[in-house]
Design a protein around this ligand. Sequence first.
Ligand SMILES: O=C([C@H](O)CO)[C@H](O)[C@H](O)COP(=O)(O)O
Length: 210
Amino acid sequence: MKLQLALDLVNIPEAIELVKEVESYIDIVEIGTPVVINEGLKAVKEMKAAFPNLTVLADLKIMDAAGYEVSQASQAGADIITILGTAEDQSIKGAVEEAKKHNKKILVDMIAVKDIETRAKELDELGVDYICVHTGYDLQAVGKNSFEDLATIKSVVKQAQTAIAGGIKQETLTEVIKHQPDLIIVGGGITSKEDKQAVAREMKELIQLG
Ligand SMILES: O=C([C@H](O)CO)[C@H](O)[C@H](O)COP(=O)(O)O
Protein backbone atom coordinates (compact mmCIF):
# COMPACT_ATOMS: atom_id res chain seq x y z
CA MET A 1 0.00 0.00 0.00
CA LYS A 2 1.28 3.42 -0.98
CA LEU A 3 0.53 6.87 0.43
CA GLN A 4 -0.30 9.78 -1.89
CA LEU A 5 -0.37 13.36 -0.60
CA ALA A 6 -3.02 15.47 -2.36
CA LEU A 7 -2.23 19.19 -2.59
CA ASP A 8 -5.40 21.12 -3.39
CA LEU A 9 -5.58 24.43 -1.55
CA VAL A 10 -2.06 25.80 -2.03
CA ASN A 11 -0.02 27.73 -4.60
CA ILE A 12 3.20 26.40 -6.14
CA PRO A 13 5.70 27.71 -3.55
CA GLU A 14 3.45 26.51 -0.69
CA ALA A 15 3.13 23.10 -2.37
CA ILE A 16 6.91 22.75 -2.65
CA GLU A 17 7.47 23.81 0.97
CA LEU A 18 4.86 21.32 2.13
CA VAL A 19 6.42 18.45 0.22
CA LYS A 20 9.85 19.29 1.71
CA GLU A 21 8.31 18.61 5.15
CA VAL A 22 6.78 15.23 4.36
CA GLU A 23 8.83 13.92 1.42
CA SER A 24 10.26 10.96 3.35
CA TYR A 25 6.81 9.65 4.24
CA ILE A 26 4.94 9.87 0.93
CA ASP A 27 5.19 7.77 -2.23
CA ILE A 28 3.30 10.05 -4.62
CA VAL A 29 2.55 13.77 -4.62
CA GLU A 30 -0.66 14.93 -6.26
CA ILE A 31 -1.03 18.30 -7.92
CA GLY A 32 -4.73 18.69 -7.12
CA THR A 33 -7.39 19.89 -9.54
CA PRO A 34 -7.76 23.35 -7.91
CA VAL A 35 -3.98 23.87 -8.20
CA VAL A 36 -4.02 22.91 -11.89
CA ILE A 37 -6.95 25.29 -12.44
CA ASN A 38 -5.15 28.13 -10.68
CA GLU A 39 -1.60 27.55 -11.85
CA GLY A 40 -1.79 25.29 -14.92
CA LEU A 41 0.58 22.43 -15.74
CA LYS A 42 3.42 24.70 -14.62
CA ALA A 43 2.64 23.37 -11.13
CA VAL A 44 3.40 19.82 -12.29
CA LYS A 45 6.57 20.96 -14.04
CA GLU A 46 7.88 22.83 -11.00
CA MET A 47 7.05 20.00 -8.59
CA LYS A 48 8.87 17.47 -10.77
CA ALA A 49 11.86 19.80 -11.09
CA ALA A 50 12.00 20.25 -7.31
CA PHE A 51 11.54 16.52 -6.55
CA PRO A 52 12.76 14.52 -9.58
CA ASN A 53 12.67 11.23 -7.66
CA LEU A 54 9.10 11.63 -6.42
CA THR A 55 6.18 10.23 -8.43
CA VAL A 56 3.96 13.17 -9.45
CA LEU A 57 0.25 12.74 -10.18
CA ALA A 58 -1.62 15.42 -12.14
CA ASP A 59 -5.25 15.41 -11.02
CA LEU A 60 -6.68 16.73 -14.28
CA LYS A 61 -9.98 14.77 -13.94
CA ILE A 62 -10.06 14.54 -17.75
CA MET A 63 -13.49 14.24 -19.38
CA ASP A 64 -12.70 14.74 -23.09
CA ALA A 65 -9.79 15.30 -25.47
CA ALA A 66 -8.08 12.69 -23.35
CA GLY A 67 -5.15 11.80 -25.61
CA TYR A 68 -4.18 15.45 -26.00
CA GLU A 69 -4.49 16.26 -22.29
CA VAL A 70 -2.51 13.17 -21.26
CA SER A 71 0.21 14.12 -23.72
CA GLN A 72 0.39 17.68 -22.32
CA ALA A 73 0.55 16.47 -18.71
CA SER A 74 3.16 13.85 -19.63
CA GLN A 75 5.35 16.49 -21.24
CA ALA A 76 5.01 18.62 -18.09
CA GLY A 77 6.49 15.72 -16.10
CA ALA A 78 3.44 13.96 -14.63
CA ASP A 79 3.95 10.24 -13.96
CA ILE A 80 0.26 9.52 -13.36
CA ILE A 81 -2.69 11.41 -14.86
CA THR A 82 -6.33 11.20 -13.81
CA ILE A 83 -9.43 10.78 -15.97
CA LEU A 84 -13.03 10.54 -14.82
CA GLY A 85 -14.78 7.17 -14.78
CA THR A 86 -17.82 8.86 -16.29
CA ALA A 87 -15.86 9.73 -19.47
CA GLU A 88 -16.65 7.91 -22.70
CA ASP A 89 -14.86 4.60 -23.32
CA GLN A 90 -13.31 6.24 -26.37
CA SER A 91 -11.72 8.85 -24.09
CA ILE A 92 -10.49 6.22 -21.63
CA LYS A 93 -8.91 4.26 -24.50
CA GLY A 94 -7.28 7.46 -25.82
CA ALA A 95 -5.86 8.23 -22.39
CA VAL A 96 -4.47 4.71 -21.89
CA GLU A 97 -2.94 4.66 -25.38
CA GLU A 98 -1.28 8.06 -24.98
CA ALA A 99 -0.01 7.26 -21.47
CA LYS A 100 1.62 4.06 -22.79
CA LYS A 101 3.46 6.07 -25.47
CA HIS A 102 5.04 8.23 -22.76
CA ASN A 103 5.51 5.41 -20.24
CA LYS A 104 3.00 7.04 -17.86
CA LYS A 105 0.02 5.69 -15.92
CA ILE A 106 -3.70 6.46 -15.86
CA LEU A 107 -5.75 6.67 -12.67
CA VAL A 108 -9.52 6.67 -13.12
CA ASP A 109 -11.47 8.74 -10.59
CA MET A 110 -14.85 7.09 -9.90
CA ILE A 111 -16.37 10.27 -8.44
CA ALA A 112 -20.09 10.48 -9.38
CA VAL A 113 -20.14 7.02 -11.02
CA LYS A 114 -23.53 5.51 -10.10
CA ASP A 115 -22.91 1.81 -10.84
CA ILE A 116 -19.41 1.40 -9.42
CA GLU A 117 -19.29 -2.39 -9.90
CA THR A 118 -20.18 -2.43 -13.61
CA ARG A 119 -18.01 0.56 -14.49
CA ALA A 120 -15.01 -0.78 -12.54
CA LYS A 121 -15.21 -4.06 -14.51
CA GLU A 122 -15.36 -2.15 -17.81
CA LEU A 123 -12.48 0.15 -16.90
CA ASP A 124 -10.37 -2.78 -15.79
CA GLU A 125 -10.89 -4.37 -19.20
CA LEU A 126 -9.94 -1.10 -20.90
CA GLY A 127 -6.49 -1.45 -19.33
CA VAL A 128 -6.33 1.49 -16.93
CA ASP A 129 -3.62 1.39 -14.26
CA TYR A 130 -5.58 2.49 -11.18
CA ILE A 131 -9.27 2.64 -10.29
CA CYS A 132 -9.94 5.08 -7.45
CA VAL A 133 -13.14 5.39 -5.44
CA HIS A 134 -13.57 8.96 -4.32
CA THR A 135 -15.91 10.96 -2.13
CA GLY A 136 -15.40 14.55 -3.23
CA TYR A 137 -15.50 17.59 -0.95
CA ASP A 138 -19.18 18.22 -1.65
CA LEU A 139 -20.31 14.78 -0.46
CA GLN A 140 -17.78 14.68 2.38
CA ALA A 141 -19.63 17.76 3.64
CA VAL A 142 -22.78 15.64 4.06
CA GLY A 143 -20.99 12.80 5.83
CA LYS A 144 -20.33 10.34 2.97
CA ASN A 145 -17.26 8.15 2.51
CA SER A 146 -16.07 5.54 -0.03
CA PHE A 147 -15.31 2.53 2.18
CA GLU A 148 -18.11 0.35 0.75
CA ASP A 149 -17.21 1.35 -2.80
CA LEU A 150 -13.62 0.29 -2.13
CA ALA A 151 -14.81 -3.18 -1.09
CA THR A 152 -16.90 -3.31 -4.29
CA ILE A 153 -14.04 -2.50 -6.65
CA LYS A 154 -11.69 -4.82 -4.75
CA SER A 155 -14.12 -7.65 -5.42
CA VAL A 156 -14.33 -7.15 -9.21
CA VAL A 157 -11.08 -5.60 -10.42
CA LYS A 158 -8.58 -8.15 -11.77
CA GLN A 159 -5.79 -6.15 -13.38
CA ALA A 160 -5.83 -2.52 -12.21
CA GLN A 161 -4.56 -1.31 -8.86
CA THR A 162 -7.18 0.04 -6.46
CA ALA A 163 -7.16 3.41 -4.72
CA ILE A 164 -9.30 5.47 -2.37
CA ALA A 165 -9.58 9.23 -1.82
CA GLY A 166 -11.79 11.67 -0.02
CA GLY A 167 -11.62 12.90 3.54
CA ILE A 168 -9.27 10.17 4.83
CA LYS A 169 -7.80 11.10 8.20
CA GLN A 170 -5.67 9.44 10.87
CA GLU A 171 -8.86 8.42 12.67
CA THR A 172 -10.29 6.61 9.62
CA LEU A 173 -7.04 5.17 8.24
CA THR A 174 -7.33 1.85 10.09
CA GLU A 175 -10.74 1.24 8.47
CA VAL A 176 -9.26 2.02 5.04
CA ILE A 177 -6.26 -0.27 5.60
CA LYS A 178 -8.61 -3.20 6.42
CA HIS A 179 -9.72 -3.12 2.76
CA GLN A 180 -6.10 -3.20 1.51
CA PRO A 181 -6.20 -0.72 -1.38
CA ASP A 182 -2.96 -0.36 -3.36
CA LEU A 183 -3.03 3.41 -2.94
CA ILE A 184 -4.38 5.66 -0.17
CA ILE A 185 -4.83 9.33 -1.08
CA VAL A 186 -4.81 11.89 1.74
CA GLY A 187 -5.17 15.66 1.37
CA GLY A 188 -6.63 17.67 4.23
CA GLY A 189 -5.92 14.79 6.66
CA ILE A 190 -2.28 15.92 6.44
CA THR A 191 -2.27 19.43 4.96
CA SER A 192 -4.70 20.92 7.50
CA LYS A 193 -2.62 19.74 10.47
CA GLU A 194 -0.20 21.88 12.46
CA ASP A 195 2.55 19.23 12.49
CA LYS A 196 2.21 17.82 8.96
CA GLN A 197 5.41 15.83 9.18
CA ALA A 198 4.35 13.98 12.34
CA VAL A 199 0.93 13.14 10.89
CA ALA A 200 2.41 11.95 7.58
CA ARG A 201 4.95 9.83 9.46
CA GLU A 202 2.30 8.25 11.69
CA MET A 203 0.05 7.54 8.70
CA LYS A 204 2.94 5.98 6.78
CA GLU A 205 3.84 3.80 9.78
CA LEU A 206 0.24 2.55 10.07
CA ILE A 207 0.17 1.79 6.34
CA GLN A 208 3.46 -0.11 6.55
CA LEU A 209 2.07 -2.21 9.41
CA GLY A 210 -0.71 -2.99 6.93
O1 LIG B 1 -9.55 15.17 -5.66
C1 LIG B 1 -9.76 15.84 -4.68
C2 LIG B 1 -10.91 16.79 -4.64
O2 LIG B 1 -11.82 16.49 -5.67
C3 LIG B 1 -10.46 18.24 -4.84
O3 LIG B 1 -9.74 18.36 -6.02
C4 LIG B 1 -8.88 15.74 -3.48
O4 LIG B 1 -7.55 15.76 -3.88
C5 LIG B 1 -9.17 14.43 -2.72
O5 LIG B 1 -10.50 14.47 -2.28
C6 LIG B 1 -8.22 14.21 -1.56
O6 LIG B 1 -8.28 15.30 -0.68
P1 LIG B 1 -8.98 15.18 0.79
O7 LIG B 1 -10.42 14.85 0.56
O8 LIG B 1 -8.74 16.52 1.40
O9 LIG B 1 -8.26 14.06 1.51
